[in-house]
Ligand binder design. Sequence first.
Ligand code: ZN
Length: 215
Amino acid sequence: MTPPEPAPSPDGGPSRPSQVVAEVETTVPTVHGSFRVRAYRDLVTAADHLALVADAPDGTPPGPGALVRVHSECLTGEALGSLKCECGPQLDAALEAVQRHGGVVVYLRGQEGRGIGLVAKLRAYRLQEDGLDTLDANLALGLPADAREYGAAADVLRDLGVPRVRLLSNNPDKRRQLEAHGVVVDELVPLVVPVGEHAAGYLAAKRDRMGHRLP
Ligand SMILES: [Zn+2]
């Protein structure tokens, strides 16, 4: 694998070294279609991240302006089918959209519970049983509302030759953070999936208290 390009610094100063190293690329067939999957090691957090890449219908690989989802790992939502969040259906919808139009899903590991970790996320769920919403539960635990960091995602996109994106997200803060790491976001493409009653309060808190663009 070729060493990644140095990343431009957010303030236009000298470039910083890439936070990720590409380790391997292989093809994985999925229920959504076949993806080229490239695995990265995060030199800062030691997490493994993935990029799932699909060509456009005419065979063109994703380039600047491609459809991109930057998705945070959620064990409960994706592996267990938990109905407390919409991560599983969102990941499925993103993989399908990228398969249909061409693009990339950057799958970030080590970001459970908006970055607070799996145990802390379950502690926050416990507090939510007493009536706190998702934001107040994090704050009651002395944790930030959102601890995610997107430097690795920006470096993955740079490595893939996709420095400019149409971002599949409802989260304006994710856009700002990626832009702070030098990614140009042409457009925020909504990713709204049907949710059940268990996630309704969670989504209302994300909409009303964290600025997510949701109906
Ligand atoms: Zn989730």
